[in-house]
Design a protein around this ligand. Structure first.
Ligand code: M6R
Length: 610
C-alpha cells in the first residue's frame, strides 16, 4: 500500500526521493507525487498514471534542473478514499501552503473532521481522508502558533491505523513523523534525516535505523549539519544490504526470489538449534513453563501466510498433540473466538504490518491469550506487539507474489512445532533431533527442485491454451493446492481454485471439462492412492492432468498426463518443495502473456487497511 520517502539535509533531492519510491514500488500504487522545499519556496508534482506513475515522476526528475533543496518528500498512493487522480495524489497541502503531508493508512474519523474544518472555512482540494490531517495541523497552528504542538494535537484527533509525515514548508529543516499500526522507519547518516515506509527505500544512504514507536510523535531536524531526533527512538538492527533489493541479472524479482528459496530456508533454520539440541526462538517473552501449559494453538494470517500456517497445522498437531485452529485474520477478529491464557495465537505475516493480522493479534491479547509472531521484518509492528517472535530470514521480498517467504514461514513454523514437542515431551529428544536433521535436508532438496526450473517451464508450455485451473491435494498437499491457485490467479488473472481432493465430487467437479487443467499435488504419502483415484475422476471428464510428484506415477505417460517431478523429503515438509513448480508455472504463464509478475494489478505487497 502507500509508500513514503522523506529526506532532510544535503541528500534531499528529487532524484533520491524518486529512487526511494522505486524501491517501494512493490508495495503497490496507482499514483505518485513529491514536494521539494527550500528556504525560498517549494514545488509539488503529482502524477496519476497507475503503475507508470513512478516512471513518469522519474522522467520529470530527469528533465528537471538539479536544484538545492532542504527537504524532499515523496509518496506512492494506493487509493482508498477518492479515485486515483492527480488531485488525490499526495502530498496534500493546507489552505495557507505552509504544511505538506504524506500518509499511509486510513483516517477513520475523517468525515467529521472534514465537516468541522469546512465550517471553519477550510477549503479542500481532494476527496481524500488524508487532506484533513494537513488542514487540522493548520487549524491547530492558527490557534497555538507552535508547529510541534499543532502536529501533536492533530495526530491525537486522528482515528484509525496510519503512518503520517508532515513537513513545515516555511521552515523545511524538520519532519514530524507518527505511526499507528502502520510501518514507518527513520534513518540517519552523519548529517541527513530519512524516513520511509520500509527499509529498502533507504538502504543506499542510511547508517543507523530507528523504529518509530506506536502513537508517538517523533520530530527529526537537521540544523547546522546535525541530526536531532526528539524523543530519540530505539535503534533498529537491519542486516539487509542493497544487493538484496537489486534485481541483479534476473528479468524480475519473482524469478530471483524463487531462486533464493534454498538460501532463505537455510538462513531461517540456521542457528535455531545449539550443539546440545536446544531450539531457540528470537524474542521470547513467554517462559518455557508457560508454553508447556498451552492447550490450544490458533494460527491467523492472510493469503500466502495463511497457507503456510495451514501447512504447519499438520506438524503441530502430529508432533505436539494440541488442537490447532486456523483462521483468516479478518474473520477471526469478528467471531468472538474462545481464547484463554492457555491458548497460543500465532500470527504469520511476512511484512509484520498486515492490518487484519495485527488486529487479530490484538484481539487475542485482549482476550488473555499468549501471542507469537512469525515475521520476515525485524522490529515490525507485529513483532513488537507479540509475546514472542520467530523471524524468517528470507531477506527482503520485493515481488508482490510471495515465494521465498512462504517456504521460510513453513520452516520457522516447523521449528516452532519441534520446539513445543521438545518442551512438552510429546516427542523423544532423539526423535526431535532426527526431525531437525530431516528439516535441514530440505534446503538441498529445494536446490534440486530449482535446478529443474527449465523442465517445469517446458511442461508449462503445454498448458498455455487452457481456460481454467483447479489445484487439488490431500493433507499437507491441500494448502499447497491453495497456494498454487493463489499464485496463478494473482499474477496471470486466470480463474484458478484450490480444493481438498476429496471435496471435488461435492460440487467443483461440475466445472471439469476439456478446457480445464487439474494440478494434483501427489507426493507419495498414505493418501497417494486416494488422490490418484480423484485424478482418474477428472481425467475421465476431459481435464488436462498435471501431477506434482516425487515419483512419477507409472502410467502417467501412457495417459498423457504432465508431471512436475520434485525431490523426496519428509512428508510433512514436502510443501516447501512441492510449491516450487507451481510458482514457476504461474511465473511462466504471466511472462508469456506479457504481464509483469512483480506488480500484479490491484494488489499491494503490504495491506495496511482492513
Ligand atoms: O505480509 P503478510 O504476509 O501479512 O501478507 C499477507 C498477504 O497479503 C500475502 O501473503 C499475499 O497473499 C501474498 N503476497 C500473495 O502472494
Amino acid at each position: 500500500m502507500c509508500g513514503i520517502v522523506g529526506i532532510v539535509g544535503d541528500k534531499a533531492t528529487a532524484r533520491a526521493v524518486v529512487d526511494g519510491l522505486k524501491r517501494l514500488e512493490y508495495r503497490g500504487y496507482d499514483s505518485a507525487g513529491m514536494v521539494l522545499a527550500s528556504n525560498v519556496g517549494f514545488e509539488v508534482k503529482r502524477i496519476s498514471q497507475d503503475t507508470s506513475s513512478v516512471a513518469l515522476l522519474d522522467d520529470w526528475v530527469n528533465a528537471k534542473e538539479v536544484e538545492k533543496v532542504s527537504a524532499a518528500m515523496g509518496h506512492t498512493r494506493w487509493a482508498t478514499h477518492g479515485r486515483p487522480s492527480e488531485i488525490n495524489a499526495h502530498p496534500h497541502l493546507d489552505c495557507s501552503n505552509q504544511f505538506a503531508v504524506v500518509h499511509n493508512g486510513i483516517v477513520e474519523n475523517y468525515k467529521e473532521i472534514r465537516e468541522r474544518l469546512l465550517k471553519l472555512g477550510h477549503e479542500f482540494a481532494s476527496d481524500t481522508d488524508t487532506e484533513v490531517i494537513v488542514h487540522l495541523v493548520e487549524e491547530r497552528f492558527r490557534l497555538n502558533n507552535d508547529v510541534h504542538q499543532a502536529v501533536s494535537e492533530a495526530f491525537e484527533e486522528l482515528e484509525g491505523s496510519m503512518a503520517v509525515v508532515v513537513l513545515n514548508l516555511k521552515e523545511p529543516d524538520s519532519l514530524y513523523m507518527m505511526r499507528r499500526m502502520a510501518p514507518l522507519v527513520i534513518g540517519t547518516d552523519l548529517d541527513n534525516l530519512f524516513v520511509a515506509s520500509d527499509v529498502p527505500a533507504l538502504l543506499d544512504s542510511v547508517t543507523t535505523y530507528f523504529s518509530v514507536p506506536e502513537d508517538t510523535l517523533i520530530t527529526g531536524s537537521v540544523r547546522r549539519g546535525k541530526v536531532v531526533l526528539e524523543p530519540v527512538p530505539e535503534v533498529l538492527e537491519v542486516d539487509w544490504d542493497i544487493s538484496k533489493v537489486d534485481v541483479g541479472g534476473y528479468s524480475d524479482f519473482m524469478s530471483k526470489e524463487i531462486d533464493e528459496q534454498p538460501r532463505a530456508l537455510r538462513d531461517t533454520l540456521a542457528g535455531r538449534v545449539d550443539k546440545v539440541g536446544v531450539i531457540s526462538l528470537d524474542e521470547l517473552k513467554i517462559s518455557p513453563e508457560e508454553l508447556k501449559t498451552v492447550q490450544k494453538i490458533v494460527i491467523v494470517g492472510c493469503g500466502t501466510s495463511l497457507h503456510a500456517g495451514m501447512v504447519a497445522r499438520y506438524a503441530l498437531e502430529h508432533f505436539v498433540r494440541v488442537p490447532v485452529e486456523i483462521e483468516v485474520s479478518s474473520e477471526f477478529r469478528y467471531r468472538d473466538p474462545v481464547l484463554s491464557p492457555t491458548t497460543l495465537v500465532v500470527g504469520v505475516s511476512q511484512s509484520g504490518e498486515t492490518l487484519d493480522t495485527m488486529m487479530a493479534l490484538s484481539e487475542a491479547r485482549a482476550s488473555g491469550a499468549r501471542t507469537l509472531v512469525i515475521s520476515n521484518v525485524v522490529g515490525s509492528s507485529m513483532a513488537r506487539m507479540a509475546d514472542a517472535v520467530l523471524y524468517t530470514r528470507a531477506g527482503p521480498e520485493i515481488s508482490v507474489a510471495s515465494t521465498k517467504t512462504f517456504v521460510a514461514q513453513i520452516g520457522a513454523l516447523e521449528i516452532l512445532a519441534l520446539y513445543l514437542a521438545d518442551l512438552k515431551r510429546t516427542l523423544f529428544p532423539s526423535e526431535v533431533q532426527e526431525l531437525i536433521a530431516k528439516l535441514n535436508d530440505v534446503p538441498n532438496a529445494l536446490s534440486e527442485a530449482i535446478s529443474s526450473i527449465s523442465d517445469y517451464e517446458k511442461t508449462t508450455q503445454t498448458l498455455l491454451g487452457y481456460e481454467r485451473f483447479y489445484f487439488i491435494g490431500r493433507n499437507v498437499g491441500y494448502p499447497v493446492a491453495l497456494e498454487g491457485a493463489l499464485k496463478l490467479k494473482e499474477i496471470t488473472y486466470t480463474p484458478s481454485e484450490g480444493y481438498p481432493a476429496g471435496e471435488l465430487k461435492h460440487g467443483p467437479i461440475a466445472m471439469i471439462d476439456d478446457k480445464a487443467v487439474v494440478v494434483a499435488i501427489a507426493s507419495k504419502s498414505a493418501l497417494y492412492e486416494k488422490l490418484l483415484a480423484n485424478v482418474e475422476e477428472v481425467r475421465a471428464r476431459g481435464a488436462k492432468v498435471v501431477i506434482v510428484a516425487n515419483e512419477a506415477p507409472v502410467d502417467s505417460k501412457l495417459r498423457g498426463d504432465e508431471v512436475f517431478l520434485v525431490p523426496r523429503v519428509h512428508q510433512l515438509f514436502s510443501p516447501m518443495v512441492d510449491v516450487v513448480p507451481l510458482q514457476v508455472m504461474a511465473h511462466y504463464i504471466s511472462v508469456s502473456r506479457g504481464l509483469d509478475p512483480d506488480r500484479p494489478r490491484n494488489l499491494a505487497k503490504t495491506v495496511t487497511v482492513e
